[in-house]
Design a protein around this ligand. Structure first.
Ligand SMILES: [Zn+2]
Length: 231
């Protein structure tokens, strides 16, 4: 008959998967769970490390839930970004036409926790927030409180106000940022909500700016990077 520790395995597995994605699923396979349970029964240090890890995972998952609640409560009411008044009719129409790819809702769901947390942060800093129809991403315009010309958190792009950007000017920027949303979504599936920011930061240490592999994948020109010679 399974004891209480074994019965709690599914709870541990759930937090591992929600906190670390497919990596957590691999860690939650029955043989690995049994091995860790046996180790914890014999090793006090292992038990303390396990409790620390679980506290971390539980905190991370609760933060993500808060983000999802913010996104559901406020993100759905955000108005659509309007084109500048002097845009041509064709550009204005493109500016306002929602993207129809299945990728858009998929990445929105997968990045909803981090997107909602960034949305809450933007609201606290009194950002002007709108949804850019072609990519479905949120644009939070504010003065400062982010890196470089703007930073993407899931589907929320925190950036300087660019009220005068026409469609041809904004299109490469938002396309670049949408690629970052794809990266956030993919890494969230593979390794949980911290996987992308950690991977990006490590890459940035060894390959800064235009050499960063995530920036290169997103398209350097759209991100405002100067192309190094020979690239
Ligand atoms: Zn970028």
């Amino acid at each position: 008959m399974p004891d209480r520790a074994e019965e709690r395995n599914w709870v541990e597995g759930l937090f591992r998967v929600l906190g670390t994605g497919l990596l957590g699923l691999w860690w939650s396979r029955p043989s690995a769970m049994r091995r860790r349970l046996a180790r914890r029964r014999e090793c006090t240090g292992c038990l303390h490390r396990y409790r620390r890890l679980m506290r971390l995972l539980i905190g991370l998952v609760w933060l993500q839930i808060c983000g999802v609640v913010v996104l559901l409560g406020y993100g759905v009411q955000v108005p659509t970004c309007q084109p500048p008044v002097w845009s041509t009719a064709a550009d204005a129409a493109r500016y306002l036409t929602p993207g129809s790819s299945w990728v858009i809702p998929t990445r929105q769901v997968l990045t909803s926790g981090n997107s909602g947390l960034a949305l809450a942060y933007s609201q606290m800093r009194r950002a002007e927030i709108c949804r850019y129809a072609p990519t479905g991403n949120l644009i939070a315009s504010m003065h400062g409180g982010f890196a470089r010309g703007g930073t993407m958190f899931g589907q929320t792009f925190v950036t300087l106000p660019r009220p005068d950007y026409t469609y041809p000017e904004i299109e490469p920027v938002v396309r670049h940022e949408a690629r970052h949303t794809d990266q956030w979504a993919l890494f969230t599936v593979l390794g949980g909500p911290l996987a992308f920011p950690l991977s990006y930061s490590v890459d940035e240490l060894f390959a800064p700016g235009p050499y960063n592999h995530f920036e290169r994948n997103a398209g350097l020109a759209g991100g405002g990077y100067v192309l190094p010679e020979g690239m």
